[in-house]
Design a protein around this ligand. Sequence first.
Ligand code: DQQ
Length: 481
Amino acid sequence: MLNESPRNRLATDPHRPQFHFLPPANWMNDPNGLIQWKGLYHLFYQYNPYGPFHGTIHWGHAVSDDMVHWKDLPIALAPTPGGPDAEGCWSGCAVNQDGVPTLAYTGVHPQVVCLATSSDDLVRWEKHPANPVIARPPEELGSHIQGQFRDPFVWKEHGSWHMLIGSKIEGQGGVVLHYRSVDLLHWDYLGILLQGDITQTKPFWTGTMWECPNFFKLGDQYVIFFSVQSEPRDLLYAVYYIGYYDGQQFTPSLQSRLVHGSSFYAPQIMQTNDGRVVMWGWLKEGRRQSAVMEAGWSGVMSLPITLTLMPEGTLRIEPVEELKSLRGEHWHFENLEITSGTAGALGNIRGGCLEIEAVFEPDAAAEFCIKLLCSPDGEEQTRLVYNCRQKRLIVEPNESSLSTVVDRDMHKAPLSLDANGELRLHIFLDRSVIEIFANGDTCLASRIYPTRPDSLGLELFARRGGAKVKSIKVWTLESIW
Ligand code: DQQ
């Protein structure tokens, strides 16, 4: 069809998610500039309008009145030839500077901090004539930073602007640098807010470089999160630290993975007018670049996720309530007994876009499983397994897609049963995306690529013991487009 929009052209691709945000076509990575402005939620994102690969990075833009349904807006930032962002407008954030919407972003190369402002409610943006407002890393860190200096995160505290920048110290690990300013233009370097140790391996390795820092208050605690890179190009995972902050020093008391699996990266928060901290992250593709080029698109945004504190002091990680508006057809079963080796039990539920809320009571030795995207002959299926002995939640991708995926490993999250011996799972399946929220504080995200159009079935299964399903609720979810 003549003049068909790219979003419509790709709509028939069976791997395109239906209720997760993604751009009309081409490449997307990090969420940027998340801000609620005059009631509307604005989502900017790292975008290459010229193809499904990282390069010529612009800021794409979409707007929503419910965080669920999005409308595409014109590209917000494009590289300026000869300017400090000539090779790309990399990640950054949005703030309200006394009524003026202002973006702080990374110009490359070298990596510098730039500003842009809007006078028409965030649609068109003017780059600041003073750019770059930070032209180089702090002198005192010298060459140890090796030019890795990016992803400004800005907030206001006691009348001053504060900024964090992701960076590294060669041979030592990732760092988060702390700056302060009265006008967003002139910045004083205050020091390192948090420093990694390249030799630390537990509870996780903190890599060689830290990207996309975020910092915010929850209750009487402070949370910092960032994404861990293993240079030159392994984007590993996002982690969070909770601790005490006195305006200068941040002293962590707890550290943990934010979302498990190898898909979720570079998250950013939005502080909403109703007081919520809502996070989006980039769900990377898990398939080979040749498959991505053929598809014509790459990258999906996670669901909007609220962050609060659990009574034990970890982060409670849950999808926003607004997603309930997408619920369609519904099934509800109670008190199902799943015996070892049996499958089935859910009748004829089928769908590639499903929400599932389930409460299980597994036997101590059991391996309990929900099979998703099953073909009628059982040849193809994606298994979500809980292993009681290993205390692990695992996504086992379907074997038939293994030739196209880069990461053949199963995606795992450590997970204990709750105090009642129960496992509570909240699952969102969206064609090639699966996000699982478990027992309040554990999240696992994965990309899966079924190969058959009839792989739509849903079944329960148990091995080496049985399980009781106290309750399982299933909904089909509607498309947001
Ligand atoms: N992606 C951006 C960088 C950031 C990285 C470039 C994280 O600013 O450090 O597209 O995925």
